[in-house]
Design a protein around this ligand. Structure first.
Ligand SMILES: [Zn+2]
Length: 453
């Protein structure tokens, strides 16, 4: 009897272990089934299995960006379009993990818990996904980058539609370069610079310092004046400016992008208050775009000395900016202080939610209106409206982020069109160049021309 009792006890243990295992399997399948199905190591899904048909990916006008023909994944007809849209659409090996082909794989395969992927009875087709991007605008951005590395992202700040998203370096997904692993030209090629890159902001950070002044002195910020004589010792060593601007108020200082004005202003604001405003605007925060974690914009200022704080106030020192975040911030300025969540598809539930869960208000409506006026003055009085397509009322700020001795700076242009017909906000960064308005501004101008044609 003793032996039988022990055997049934052992059987019960085995039974519980088995049921527990089955339960875990079902639970995991429910949770991760679609992701497992499209992992890169399941290469057959992309390659030669005719029983799996990935759905089409289209642009906002229905142009086919990716489709499956005879079991093979093919992309846009033109090679330039394939390169321009690589990071947004995706690659056949699944290396670009922020792409639509990767993040929307469950929808594209039509993966289904009941039938799984190997369904031959119903000859199931994957679903079509229509993206919000415009293929021609992406091509315009890629061409305007002209072989330089960087990122360009544009969205409609009223609807949230991402209209253009391009990252370089890139490659043709239908002719993957054989030396992609060794050639330094392809370093970081699988990363989308707009989502996964953060760059020294340079003078675009002067917008954050301006917002901090508005927060600290809401009634008197516009009449704060400082002198610039080209170079001045602040906190033990010199901070230099590109010009000798004399006495300036904030609007003039932003237009001339005066370093000494903003270095002194940052010190009068103080590290704690400057960092507090930066954090209100989304710096030092983890932002997400659907399932994608966005690279952080950073402004860690505590413990900085006067000289470091001066450099931070002009977007140097340890400050970093991410293009997606800069675009959202520009959308908030354009939109009365509150941003609209960007999206890459029209479907709800895909690429929704920025992760903060709370308010989308980054600035008061008064602060937003003041920043808008300052940025409009930049274009009207300093950069020139003729630089952009006519009638768009562009508001913008240039930036030149110094990155060290061996490489030229990162050049930025961030801003938006203050235009009811074309409510477009943007952030463009071009690496290793000295010409913000010429290079980053050239990309903005080319894309706006395409989007408003
Ligand atoms: Zn100056």
């Amino acid at each position: 009897m003793k032996t039988v009792g022990f055997r049934s006890f052992a059987l019960y243990i085995l039974l519980f272990a088995f049921l527990g295992g089955v339960g875990w399997l079902v639970f995991s399948l429910l949770l991760h089934g679609g992701q497992w199905a499209m992992q890169p190591y399941n290469g057959h899904i992309y390659d030669d299995n005719p029983t799996i048909t990935l759905g089409e990916i289209q642009d906002r006008d229905g142009a086919v960006l990716a489709s499956t023909q005879e079991g093979r994944r093919v992309y846009s007809e033109s090679e330039t379009a394939r390169r321009a849209l690589l990071h947004t659409v995706g690659d056949s090996a699944g290396y670009i993990s922020t792409s639509a082909q990767y993040t929307l794989r469950t929808k594209l395969t039509g993966y289904n818990l009941i039938t799984g992927l190997n369904d031959t009875v119903f000859n199931r087709m994957g679903s079509t996904v229509r993206l919000t991007v415009d293929q021609d605008a992406c091509v315009a951005a890629y061409n305007a980058l002209n072989g330089q590395n960087g990122g360009a992202i544009f969205y409609n700040y009223k609807t949230g539609d991402i209209l253009c998203k391009v990252s370089a370096p890139s490659y043709d997904p239908e002719n993957v370069p054989e030396d992609i692993g060794e050639n330094p030209d392809y370093e970081g090629v699988y990363l989308d610079n707009t989502l996964s890159g953060s760059f020294t902001p340079g003078s675009i950070f002067k917008l954050v310092t301006s917002a901090a002044a508005m927060e600290k002195w809401p009634d008197t910020w516009s009449s704060l004046t400082y002198d610039c004589w080209g170079s001045e010792e602040i906190g033990g060593s010199n901070i230099t400016c590109l010009g000798e601007h004399g006495e300036l108020d904030l609007s003039g200082a932003l237009g001339h992008s005066c370093n000494l004005y903003f270095a002194k202003l940052a010190n009068d604001i103080g590290a704690a208050d400057l960092q507090k405003t930066a954090e209100k605007l989304g710096f030092n925060a983890s932002l997400s775009f659907g399932s994608i974690e966005i690279a952080k914009s950073e402004a860690p200022l505590s413990g900085s000395n006067q000289n470091q704080l001066g450099w931070a106030g002009i977007g140097q020192y340890t400050t970093l900016a991410n293009p997606y975040h800069m675009m959202v911030l520009m959308g908030a300025v354009a939109n009365g202080g509150e941003y609209v969540q960007p999206r890459l598809t029209g479907d709800s539930g895909l690429f929704e939610g920025l992760g903060s869960g709370g308010s989308r208000r980054l600035l008061t409506s008064v602060q937003a209106a003041n920043l808008k006026a300052l940025m409009r003055s930049n274009v009207e009085n300093y950069y020139g409206d003729s630089f952009f397509p006519a009638g768009l009322n562009v508001c913008a700020k240039t930036g030149t982020g110094e990155v060290g001795e061996t490489q030229d700076p990162n050049c930025w242009l961030v801003g938006f069109c203050d235009n009811a017909q074309y409510p477009i906000a943007f952030a463009v960064v071009v690496e290793d160049t000295n010409n913000s308005l010429g290079d980053a501004g050239g990309v903005v101008s080319a894309v706006l021309a395409e989007l408003t044609a």
